[in-house]
Write a protein that binds this ligand. Structure first.
Ligand code: CAA
Length: 290
């Protein structure tokens, strides 16, 4: 046995307390009833994230979906540490930092230096090669892709992606953990964008091209796709929700790794990111937010 089995998983570490990390931590603590430690070097980010997590628990108490005791109990199993060197040991780590391959490789190197060999190291990357991230770790057989969708507490899917060296034990434990978290899983090859973003990002990018070419207003592009294909958000609203910087980073991975001009990022997408218009999180993207 080279990695933890799902039944022995009790302590999870989530690296990165941004919107994805916080959502993953909440579901792991609330649904799978695991102990969670967030690792993030930015204390403001951790404080904001934990306050948001608590606001979701309070809403559930208000709506009668959770008792006050359960809220206290879930919170008692959540802690944080400012760095990997100061974190507690963990059976399973889920990395959820921004889409930067060098940063992710550094984190995986540090994690595998700090933690015992049997710890499984999962990355929530939305497009970067699992094999490339895994090669920075001491035991690449224990590294796997575990791609959650945003907002994590609401979305039912997790894509599981084995890298070239991922072991069968690691894969089995990851599938079981996702099920314990109440998620449905799909399995993808380790290819740029996996399944979800290979299909979703060219769609969002094409909506940016349509806007850039003046085919229609942003509202008409969104309304056409929202009402015409029965999706909760039109592509431009969804792009703002995901973050235009994230959309651009994923398009760049698709374009560079697959080498096909059909994945070239829209000029307007690059321009908005250059302007700091990143979507909901920066108060302005394709739309303005108060
Ligand atoms: N975190 C946790 N819960 C959230 C949330 C968040 N960030 N945002 C909304 N919710 C919850 C709300 O609290 C609410 O829950 P309750 O019913 O329990 O009260 C529920 O979601 C519905 O929210 P609202 O009523 O406020 O709004 P809505 O009905 O318009 O739904 C939405 C909001 C769930 C975000 C919906 O618009 C939606 O499903 N949008 C599409 C999301 C999507 O496509 N996600 C995938 C993005 S791609 C991705 O994640 C992959 C990647 O790598 C980029």
């Amino acid at each position: 046995m080279t990695s933890s089995s799902s039944k022995s998983i009790k302590n999870i570490c989530v690296v990165g307390a941004g919107q994805m990390g916080i959502g993953i931590g909440l579901v792991a603590a609330r649904v799978a009833k695991l102990n969670i430690q967030f690792v993030d070097s930015n204390p403001d980010q951790v404080q904001r994230g934990l306050a948001f997590l608590d606001s979701l628990l309070i809403k559930d108490v208000t709506r009668g979906r959770c008792t006050e005791d359960e809220r206290t109990e879930v919170k008692s199993r959540i802690s944080s540490a400012p760095s990997i060197s100061e974190m507690n040991t963990a059976d399973f780590v889920i990395e959820a930092v921004s889409e930067n391959v060098q940063l992710k490789r550094k984190i995986f190197r540090e994690l595998s230096e700090k933690l015992p060999q049997e710890t499984i190291l999962a990355t929530n990357t939305s497009s970067i090669s699992i094999t490339k991230i895994a090669s920075a770790a001491r035991w690449p057989e224990n590294v796997v892709g575990m791609h959650f969708m945003n907002p994590v507490p609401v979305m039912r899917l997790v894509e599981i992606i084995p890298g070239l060296q991922t072991s069968g034990d690691t894969l089995d434990a990851t599938l079981e953990l996702a099920q314990r978290m109440g998620k449905t899983t799909t399995m993808s090859q380790d290819v740029p964008g996996f399944i979800a973003n290979r299909l979703l990002m060219p769609y969002i990018n094409e909506a940016m091209v349509a806007l850039q070419e003046g085919i229609a207003t942003r509202e008409d592009i969104d309304t056409t796709m929202k009402l015409g294909t029965n999706t909760p958000m039109g592509p431009l609203t969804l792009a703002d929700f995901i973050g235009l910087d994230t959309c651009l980073a994923i398009m760049k991975v698709l374009h560079e790794e697959l080498g096909d001009s059909k994945y070239r990022p829209a000029v307007l997408l690059q321009k908005y990111v250059d302007a700091g218009w990143l979507g909901v999180k920066s108060g302005r993207g394709i739309y303005k937010y108060e």
